[in-house]
Design a binder for this molecule. Structure first.
Ligand code: SAH
Length: 213
């Protein structure tokens, strides 16, 4: 579990790539520069950790592409102390990026094997979400709502209503919507009853599945 100068150097290059691809939020870039992404992958694949690509992890799931994580985090538009709900814990990388930014992280994973693995792994390398939950992200976490931001890290065939309901006024839901290809969509809650929707390009995610296993 080492983070060497070589890793740090590779991370710096990755951050430069993300800047070239249009990521501008300084806090997001600083967080990506700090999180040792290679520790989130099986040790044989360390060389792939700092390439801007998604990568397979356990249980047929993926660790999202660094650009995607950066873009979703930027769109969330949150800062130190804010409370964020993540749907799809996966490897825990997105959680770690948010934690580096001083965010209070609540994260839900439906896949039991991954849930168990990541809930042991994250604290081991010093990342402590407020809550890691084994459950169905379509329902959100009503008992901990409302949130300053909600980020869905799997492709949603539709926008789950409970997630919109669990946003604070002024908060944003960042969700890739679609079946084969997803449109990165942001819903900003502008009042108790109003949401403003914006779209931010095409992405490809593993599907947001219903129920847990
Ligand atoms: N945020 C992750 C990306 C993981 S890929 C990371 O940084 O590595 C998407 C994850 O969403 C997978 O782990 C998948 O099991 C999970 N997922 C799919 N449907 C879900 C649901 N309904 N509720 C919670 N998690 C879900």
């Amino acid at each position: 579990m080492k983070d060497t100068f070589t890793h740090k150097g590779m991370r710096k290059k990755l951050v430069e790539t993300l800047v070239k691809k249009g990521i501008a939020n300084k806090e997001v870039l600083a967080a990506i520069n700090k999180v040792p992404r290679h520790l989130f992958m099986d040790s044989g694949f360390v060389d792939h950790a700092y390439v801007d690509k998604a990568f397979p992890i356990a249980a047929d799931q993926t660790i999202s592409q660094p650009y995607t994580v950066a873009r979703q985090t930027e769109l969330l538009d949150v800062t130190d102390g804010d409370k964020v709900l993540e749907i799809g814990t996966g490897s825990g990388y997105q959680s770690a990026v948010l934690l580096e930014m001083g965010i209070q992280v609540y994260t839900v994973e439906r896949q039991n094997e991954l849930f168990k693995k990541t809930s042991l792994f994250l604290p081991k390398i010093g990342y402590r979400p407020k809550k890691m939950v084994f459950g169905d992200g379509y329902k959100g976490l009503p008992e901990f709502a409302p949130f300053d931001g909600i980020v869905v890290t799997a492709g949603a065939p539709f926008v789950p209503k409970p997630l919109l309901a669990q946003l604070k006024v002024g908060g944003k839901l960042v969700i890739p919507v679609g079946d084969d290809v997803q449109i990165m969509t942001v819903f900003e809650r502008t009042s108790a009853k109003k949401f403003e929707k914006t779209e931010h390009g095409e992405f490809r995610f593993v599907p947001l599945l219903e129920d847990k296993n």
